[in-house]
Ligand binder design. Structure first.
Ligand code: PRX
Length: 632
């Protein structure tokens, strides 16, 4: 597929995509193998909402990721896997091998009862088998639900139940830096209350002791001995579900964002190729975990659709030391590198001595995703890692958008630190004020919405279409609401300012404040909690919890440890609060709503202007909290 190669071409493509979206996207879709071509490109309305792309078309995304490339690049590396332990051998899997392994895995799934339309949960470490399992589901038309392997048994259980998965694929354990995570034990706990799961397929990774339940649990390597590697791709309609991926919102439990086969495929490839300006032969590395949307679209689907070599890393940026990323870049001659601001800030904080030993001369493009990148981190990334030679693509998007929405095209769009810059062709962002009026012109700020569909947008929230409508399409009629605040500057460049709802972004991971509050409330001494985000040097946002207790804890350290344990049990270690303050009351309005604005200010340590507190039921609470926080 040809890619955009100048700013003039970007502009003309953008105009074309707005004037005639259907012919624009039809042209992009022509580049794929369709079992049956579509009858109609698009039907939509944002009230129900109903969004359908490439209607009547039939395809299998794995034929486009794998089979389509075999003739031209069968022996090229598709996945280059770097293990957690740098002394363990890296593994190169060619397109031919990947095709065979996906087909074999698909046959293992079938042998264990999987059928088209089933939901299959993947709870795995970042080994090649996770990418293979993902593709194997897609091969047979099963819907994958990848759950990040850092989530707790409770979170896993909730996700399995919500999607009524009938199979889970997991591992005995996983390595993350110096730690070994006992995944199978976590799965066993979750499955105690998940009767829908009939089979658990277990990868042997660590060799640790595990319980295998007869009739339910099988070893992957034994199963693979029982199957061949021939598995025709299931014929899927464009709008058949490809995957569900859980993400947090302002209220309730995490919801399953549903993406479908045709549109997602077209947009994943198009955005990958254009944003990173992928060139044939490039080595591309995205450091995300496949448990998040970034891993789905830009480790697995986008790069493989484009026929790239995609690097998969099992470990963490600081193991064995803070030079690991840069060591891997040199070792594998990485050309395109995509990571998160939180990792950049953490590595910057460890000092340049971890970067200096490496040449980093293969790098051509750097990417950033997941949260706003502050200017200091941007400049360090640009100067120390990119040596001033690599454009940084600050990519704004969401689980719900499926692919990158606002971003520079590497080397084409003029950059401005901390700006995601311009929308990709086909993306029509707009800013709205609190009354829902669109704010025209430049040098303005508002809530970010998208007013026209794009191929990889969310179709529904699993099992609850009304929730999808309420969360994304009801705040501003006729528009998709992102939940983000945004500025459009005098050049028409977009800068994301952060969430405007009760979602906090901790190290690029999304949590609803309500979700963390519910977890903390499980502690027996806690009556009620209010959680807010506050600026954090490394994580972007930290978690600040205000807790009302039945009785004042005798030992604060023990109390904090216990609360952390509760949060780890209900969500996972990534949601542990950074600060816990015991308070006697919370600032509530007469209707019982917590005024988080005030709590955010106190968490920031800025109590100079707390705004209007006259609507509070008991304004004196604020003084008390200020005093407890040492700001009185
Ligand atoms: O607030 C925005 C922030 O991350 C949110 C989406 O989170 P999630 O669905 O987990 O997906 C993360 C990876 C795509 C957004 O609503 N966000 C993501 N990228 C950026 C960002 N904020 C600022 N700049 C970005 N580049």
């Amino acid at each position: 597929m040809k890619k955009i190669n100048s700013i003039e071409q970007y502009q003309s493509q953008y105009e074309k995509s707005v004037e005639n979206p259907e012919s624009f996207w039809a042209e992009k879709a022509e580049n794929f193998n369709w079992i049956k071509k579509w009858d109609k490109v698009l039907e939509w309305e944002f009230n129900t909402p109903k969004i359908e792309w490439f209607i009547g078309g039939q395809l299998n995304i794995t034929e486009n990721c794998l089979d389509r490339h075999l003739e031209s690049r069968g022996n090229q590396t598709a996945i280059l896997w770097e293990p957690n332990d740098p002394t363990e051998q890296a593994i190169e899997i060619t397109y031919n091998e990947l095709h065979n392994r996906v087909c074999s895995f698909a046959n293992v799934l079938k042998r264990n009862g999987a059928k088209k339309g089933d939901r299959i949960c993947l709870y795995m470490p970042m080994t090649p088998e996770l990418a293979i399992a993902t593709l194997a589901c897609a091969r047979i038309g099963a819907i994958h639900s990848v759950v990040f392997a850092g989530f707790s048994a409770r979170s896993l259980e909730d996700r399995i139940k919500d999607a009524t998965c009938n199979i889970i694929v997991t591992a005995d354990g996983g390595y993350r830096g110096a730690k070994t995570i006992e995944l199978k034990t976590i799965v066993d706990k979750a499955l105690e209350t998940c009767p829908s799961i009939k089979k658990s397929i277990v990868l042997k990774r660590t060799g640790g002791e595990v319980n295998m339940k007869t009739g339910r649990d099988v070893w992957l390597h034994e199963e693979l001995n029982q199957v061949d590697n021939i598995c025709p791709a299931e014929k899927m309609n464009s709008e058949d579900e490809l995957f569900v991926l859980y993400t947090s919102g302002s209220t309730g439990k995490p919801k399953g964002v549903v993406h479908t086969c045709g549109g997602y495929m077209v947009y994943a490839e198009y955005s990958f190729r254009n944003v990173f300006q992928y060139q044939e032969g490039d080595i591309y590395w995205c450091t995300a975990d496949i448990g998040w949307i970034t891993g789905h679209t830009y480790i697995v689907y986008g790069p493989l659709l484009a026929g790239a070599t995609t690097v998969m890393f099992e470990g963490v940026p600081t193991y064995p030391d803070a030079g690991r990323f840069w060591e891997i870049c040199d070792k594998h001659n990485v050309n395109l590198f995509y990571t998160a601001p939180t990792a950049i800030r953490a590595l910057q904080a460890r000092g340049n001595q971890f970067v200096n030993p490496y040449s980093l001369s293969s790098l051509r493009v750097l990417g950033s995703v997941g949260e706003p990148i502050n200017e200091e981190a941007w400049h360090w990334y640009n100067d120390k890692i990119g040596k001033g030679n690599c454009p940084i693509v600050d990519t704004w998007w969401q689980t719900e958008t499926g692919g990158i929405m606002i971003s520079p095209l590497a080397g084409i769009t003029a950059l401005k630190p901390s700006y995601a810059t311009l929308p990709l062709p086909g993306i029509q962002p707009c800013l709205v004020d609190s009354d829902g009026n669109e704010i025209e012109g430049n040098d303005v700020q508002g809530n970010l919405c998208i007013k026209f569909p794009w191929p990889s947008m969310i179709r529904t929230t699993y099992g609850d279409h009304d929730r999808c409508k309420q969360v994304y399409f009801s705040t501003y009629k006729g528009k998709y609401f992102t939940g983000d605040g945004c500025r459009r500057d005098e050049d028409g460049y977009y800068r994301i300012t952060g969430r405007v709802d009760d979602v906090i972004n901790v190290s690029g991971h999304r949590f609803g404040t309500a979700e963390i509050e519910a977890a903390i409330d499980e502690h027996e001494n806690v009556v009620e909690t209010a959680v807010v985000g506050f600026p954090h040097d490394i994580k972007g946002q930290g978690i600040y919890a205000y807790a009302i207790c039945h009785s004042q804890p005798t030992d604060m350290d023990t109390f904090i440890k216990e609360v952390n344990k509760t949060v780890i049990e209900f969500i996972g270690p990534i949601a542990k609060p950074d600060k816990i303050l015991i308070v006697s009351g919370l600032p509530k309005t007469r209707s019982g709503k917590i005024m988080r604005r005030i709590l955010r200010k106190i968490a920031e340590g800025d109590v100079s202007n707390l705004g209007d507190t006259s609507t509070l039921l008991d304004p004196s609470v604020v003084e008390e909290i200020k005093t407890s926080a040492g700001l009185g």
